[in-house]
Design a protein around this ligand. Structure first.
Ligand code: AHN
Ligand code: ZN
Length: 321
């Protein structure tokens, strides 16, 4: 793990409900009673994408579940995006294991010069080394939250972007080989993201900003301002948190600075690209208790958490530029 000490918040209280809650009940509505949200996001759809990934079994590089899930992800993204790039490479894990990895990049309006990159890791950890039961620690995690959740939210974002016919320059990236790391080896994490930054499949690719989603579907999640994000991309972080508040999710997005997390976003920060990690903590400030355990399964996934992150992200995208 990592010294995760902090006192997170007692964020709790949802402040006021903002946005036109008034309007006389007597007056005849001028619009249909079901107002359509300007930035829709279907949490049930995101949940189904998470469920589908988990059904492949663990997505550990080199396993059949990993290969099948990768094919499925690629196929779905080809339906939604303008261009899909599959970047395949064999990476070397800290323990020497060769990892057949695949980064999947789905591009919207690839001709637009200014790019917004949204990413999540799609691989899952080969060992549940945080499981309370010693006998489980060499088994792979189901990766419902740690892996499938970020990808599920971004698949739903992709579906919505397709529906809306967006003109924005958006790239959605599923990075591989994030979670085959060792606590003792700092650079053993985020191998797929590092490879992508150092070998962009689009020559000269430098997004204006990058947003990483990691563990965005767990019940009892609180999103604190992850330390590296806060320090290296404060404006980007502020704009995302403001969008979350405007979308009605102030209670989940805390104003506390969170721990420093070695994660995929750091590879972009190192390359000078403003990047944030939207990553969940427990109200006590550590990762959720299911983290790197066999309990990281569908029973601990919350549609509300997925929906809060997804609709905040859609709202933030709608206000860009
Ligand atoms: C740390 O444990 C500090 N970084 C690992 C990031 C991670 C692992 N995210 C998901 N799984
Ligand atoms: Zn993990």
């Amino acid at each position: 793990m990592k010294a995760i000490a902090l006192t997170i918040l007692a964020a709790g209280i949802l402040m006021g409900c903002g946005r036109g809650a008034s309007a006389s009940a007597e007056s005849t509505p001028a619009t249909p009673s079901v107002a359509s949200s300007p930035t829709p996001f279907d949490a049930d759809s995101a949940y189904a994408y998470v469920e589908r990934q988990v059904a492949f079994g663990p997505r550990v590089p080199g396993t059949s579940g990993h290969a099948a899930c990768g094919d499925w992800l690629e196929g779905r993204m080809k339906e939604y995006a303008d261009t899909v790039i599959s970047q395949r490479v064999t990476l070397r894990a800290f323990d020497g294991t060769p990892l057949p990895a695949r980064n999947i990049m789905a591009r919207f309006n690839p001709q637009a010069p200014s790019r917004t990159l949204l990413l999540a890791h799609w691989d899952t950890r080969p060992w549940a080394d945080n499981d309370p039961a010693q006998s489980n620690r060499d088994k792979p995690v189901p990766g419902a939250n740690d892996g499938a959740s970020g990808v599920g939210v971004l698949m739903e974002v992709a579906r919505q972007l397709r529906e809306s016919g967006t003109q924005a320059g958006v790239d959605i990236l599923f990075v591989d080989a994030e979670d085959y790391g060792s606590e003792d080896v700092e650079e053993s994490w985020a191998l797929g993201a590092r490879y992508f930054v150092q070998n962009p499949p689009v020559p000269g690719y430098v997004p204006a900003r990058a947003v990483l989603l990691d563990m965005v579907g767990g019940e009892g999640s609180v999103f604190a301002r992850e330390y590296f994000s806060q320090n290296y991309a404060p404006q980007l972080l502020d704009s995302f948190w403001a969008a979350a508040r405007d979308a009605g999710h102030a209670s989940l997005f805390s104003n506390e600075t969170g721990p420093a997390i070695t994660d995929d976003h750091l590879e972009f920060i190192k390359a000078g690209i403003p990047a944030i990690d939207v990553i969940a903590f427990s109200p006590e400030g550590s990762f959720l208790p299911t983290w790197h355990t066999l309990k990281d399964d569908m029973a601990h996934i919350s549609r509300e958490t997925l929906g809060a992150v997804g609709s905040s992200l859609m709202h933030w995208l709608s206000e860009l530029q």
